[in-house]
Design a binder for this molecule. Structure first.
Ligand SMILES: Cc1ncc(COP(=O)(O)O)c(C=O)c1O
Length: 373
């Protein structure tokens, strides 16, 4: 099917910056700088400064960022980590990779961890909370930090979808997603906020021990200084050429965030009076959302998806099945009310900086037309 508005359009971004990308690849390949070179260090420094933390460590995916962070934080067999049922499976798998158990709590209307449910989920085995900043919106971190401090729990943030998202703390200070916990984990999968030309990820932290351990773990546990192996690690280093290309993209990153927020405004202005759908939360001045995804909740969701496809609009459903009903998680007795409802109602609309206003308005008008029928 030929779509009028694609859900993602990496070709457009490539076309816009083709010369710079090709020049960068040629430069890196001509230098022979393939593994752990200056472009990676340079990129890590930029991300650390941007997020406002001391260390950033490039790894080869968001999943590795989470898994290595869990391991570096000492999450172990028999431990429990509290996270949400409504997330990408990697948030949960990274806990199980340690032999620990993921205890899933429900999300609120903003799709993020419902902090009122955390304390009830704490047991004597709980060692950490993993908030997931979904769709480019930070969780209500004041409450989560207070609970973690009271119960002596670590926080490992799944910020895979939230590079650039901010939250104003009760002290009135704006802080970036990823900078609240012991470690913050980003995905740089091609369609994320800042996406590579393949899989990529980053851990950020203010803790020198965690940073050191992750640097070893991503290199099969081997220290580059004394060539000794300190851990059973992984081949999980962010490629130098990916880092070099991400350095190019980073020049435009703030501009791209602004554009995503403009697109969200266009959707909102066109759709706010439509009673059949719910738009992403808006208006709480503590949140600076970056709209990794623009997710609406819709009546007759599946019919709407078919209608949009017919009108040439490509959309995505993330996700139509709660994680705890996936084969890997069954059997279990979990039932999370909001998560169940969300799975029946959500649609992600096209959202990326290269969309033009006509395309965004077209998508909104198609939704309005559907409910007028
Ligand atoms: C919330 C969340 N966590 C973790 C990940 C894993 O990131 P990656 O695909 O880079 O491994 C993703 C990516 O889809 C995600 O959306």
């Amino acid at each position: 099917m030929k779509y009028k508005v694609r859900f993602v359009n990496p070709q457009k971004q490539y076309k816009d910056h083709k010369k710079e990308f090709l020049k960068t690849i040629d430069d890196v390949f001509s230098r022979g700088d393939l593994i752990s070179r200056g472009d990676l260090e340079n990129f890590e420094k930029k991300i650390a400064k941007f997020v406002g933390v001391k260390y950033a460590i490039g790894v080869n995916s968001g999943t590795d960022a989470l898994t290595l962070s869990m391991q570096a934080a000492g999450i172990n067999r028999g431990d429990e980590v509290i996270t949400v049922g409504h997330t990408f499976m990697a948030s949960i798998s990274s806990i199980y990779h340690q032999g620990a158990k993921a205890v899933l709590v429900d999300v609120g209307k903003d799709f993020n961890m419902n902090s009122d449910l955390i304390e009830k989920a704490i047991t004597s085995k709980t060692v950490a909370i993993e908030p997931v900043h979904l769709n480019g919106r930070v969780c209500d971190m004041d409450k989560i930090i207070a609970i973690a401090e009271k119960n002596n729990l670590s926080i490992i943030e799944d910020a895979a979808q939230a590079l650039g998202a901010k939250y104003k703390t009760k002290e009135g200070k704006w802080k970036m997603a990823g900078s609240f916990g012991l470690a913050g984990c980003f995905s740089m999968y091609p369609f994320k906020m800042l996406g590579g030309f393949g899989d990529a990820g980053m851990v950020v932290t203010n803790n020198s021990e965690i940073a050191k351990k992750i640097k070893l773990l991503r290199f099969n546990g081997e220290s580059r200084e004394d060539r000794k192996f300190y851990y059973h690690g992984y081949t999980a280093l962010l490629d130098n050429v990916q880092a070099a290309l991400l350095n190019v993209k980073f020049k435009y990153f703030k501009q791209w965030i602004t554009r995503r927020r403009q697109i969200a405004n266009i959707y909102r202005n066109n759709l706010k009076d439509l009673l059949n759908i719910e738009l992403p939360y808006y208006g709480d001045s503590r949140f600076f959302d970056v709209y990794q995804n623009y997710v609406i909740r819709a009546e007759r969701r599946n019919e709407l998806v078919k209608y949009l496809n017919k009108r040439g609009v490509e959309v995505l459903i993330s996700w139509d099945t709660p994680n705890y009903k996936q084969p890997v998680m069954c059997p279990n007795k979990i039932f999370l009310c909001e998560t169940e409802k969300i799975c029946k109602e959500v649609i992600s609309l096209p959202m990326y900086p290269e969309l033009n206003n006509t395309e965004v308005t077209y998508v909104a008008n198609c939704i309005i037309d559907f409910y007028k029928k």
